[in-house]
Design a protein around this ligand. Structure first.
Ligand SMILES: [Zn+2]
Length: 282
């Protein structure tokens, strides 16, 4: 083969390969992994999935990036990802691979709560189910634009690093669903701020969460603030990172004043502490 043809073939080959970088490649339940596609300035469609859930890409640097949430009950093993890009040539360029999910040890929390907060009567049970369905619908609603920027900030100005994410809970002697948030102990009335920019998606008073605010950061990412004494925002409000959205309280099922801070990415319950560590230079 003449040299020129060889060079052209090599160039075409290089061009047909996606430059994909995952950070990290080894993940644990509750993690947020980021996938970067570089050297892709003119892509028209970028699609993908990880572990069966779709990845929502946004323009980043000279390419694209997407966040993937590893649910707190994800099983150890391999998680398959696939990415496809259409950039004006006849056929899409695709790539696939796996991430390694390793086990993470979660604490076991034994709690004793008043019976009426644990053994629910039929109408309360119905209410709880409806509320959890409404939250599920919210998490499945993906706003196509990215509203967050840069780093995520701790939602309360206390020294407590937060605790209890993923804790396997035994309440009044019976195993219950794991704890999906980070609890910060703080005095009632302490201001609660938005972890990043977004749009207030829900302000409500639910049985377990009490007075709550949910912020939609776009692309399937939501942060949640539970047990508030009061909320100072309304659904539809645009908020900036660090903006006050309410006050710490003990509403709903809470043994005392604290902030329950949670994060959802697609259908995955992720560790808010991991979100706070995410580095995203703009
Ligand atoms: Zn909590």
């Amino acid at each position: 083969m003449p040299l020129l043809a060889l060079l052209i073939a090599a160039a075409a080959l290089a061009h047909d390969t996606l430059s994909v970088r995952w950070e990290p490649r080894v993940v644990h339940p509750g993690d947020v992994a980021v996938v970067f596609l570089t050297k892709l300035p003119d892509a028209k469609i970028v699609e993908g999935s990880a572990g069966g859930w779709s990845l929502t890409f946004f323009p980043y640097g000279d390419g694209y990036a997407a966040l993937a949430g590893i649910d707190l009950e994800a099983r150890p093993g391999k998680l398959t990802w696939r990415i496809g890009v259409v950039d004006g040539r006849d056929r899409p360029i695709t790539a696939s691979g796996t991430l390694q999910v390793r086990a993470r040890k979660f604490p076991v929390q034994r709690l004793t709560l008043p019976r009426e907060m644990v053994e629910l009567d039929a109408p309360t049970l119905k209410r709880v189910e409806e509320e959890s369905k409404r939250l599920g619908t919210l998490y499945a609603t993906i706003t196509p634009e990215r509203l967050w920027r840069g780093r995520f900030t701790k939602p309360v100005g206390v020294s407590d690093p937060g605790e209890g994410f993923g804790a396997r809970r035994i309440i009044n002697g019976r195993p219950r669903s794991p704890h999906a948030g980070l609890d910060y102990s703080a005095d009632a009335g302490t201001p609660v701020v938005a972890a990043n920019a977004g749009r207030v998606a829900l302000v409500a008073e639910y049985f377990f969460p009490g007075r709550l605010v949910a912020i939609d950061h776009g692309l399937g990412l939501y942060t949640l603030y539970f047990h508030l004494e009061r909320a100072d925002v309304a659904a539809g409000d645009r908020v900036e990172r660090g903006q006050a959205i309410g006050r710490v309280g003990a509403s709903g099922r809470a043994t005392g004043p604290h902030l329950h801070f949670a994060a959802h990415l697609g259908q995955s319950r992720v560790d808010p502490a991991v979100l706070l560590q995410l580095k995203f230079p703009e």
